[in-house]
Design a protein around this ligand. Structure first.
Ligand code: THU
Length: 157
């Protein structure tokens, strides 16, 4: 398991050879973010098991709760694009330290396996935050939690 922490660029590329490409795709997506309320654009790039990269960006709403984060946008794009499994999710923010994925995004990413690699970068920081879903969401409630639970009587399953 990759432990949460920061990585030098050499270590980073050794672990995830397509990191540069993923950071570039996330940066392009961040440039397309609709972040007019927070002023905090985020881009995400997901590498799937076929080697395809799927991008997402945050899309904010005047009804704030309807806002979608970059990571969940990228997950939706990956699923709609026919991704086999998800290998890594790389995010880029414009300012400050790399943004850590919010709880809702961790929960959705956990759907695709505890080993999924999460990397957070920022255009103004040379540090990358690394970890797996298992690091990001310890003791998470996932589909495994529902295994073996009998369906309620009369449910469609
Ligand atoms: N946001 C993301 O898209 N991903 C993150 O990892 C952190 C936060 C977005 C949500 C909102 O549009 C803005 O950043 C400020 O919270």
């Amino acid at each position: 398991m990759i432990q949460e922490g920061t990585r030098s660029s050499t270590e980073a590329v050794a672990t995830l050879p397509r990191l540069r490409e993923l950071l570039d795709a996330a940066t392009v997506a961040a440039g397309r973010a609709q972040a007019r309320y927070s002023g905090y654009p985020v881009g995400a790039a997901i590498l799937d098991a076929w080697g395809v990269i799927h991008a997402g960006c945050n899309v904010e709403s005047a009804a704030f709760a309807a806002t979608i984060c970059a990571e969940r946008g990228a997950v939706a794009a990956a699923v709609a694009g026919g991704a086999g499994g998800l290998i890594a999710c790389v995010t880029v923010t414009r300012d400050g330290d790399p943004a850590s994925c919010c709880g809702a995004c961790r929960q959705l990413l956990a759907e695709f396996g505890h080993g999924l690699l999460i990397v957070n970068g920022s255009l103004t920081s040379d540090r990358l935050r690394w970890g797996t879903v298992a690091d990001w969401l310890p003791h998470g409630f996932t589909r495994a939690s529902l295994e073996g639970i009998p369906a309620p009587a009369g449910s469609q399953g």
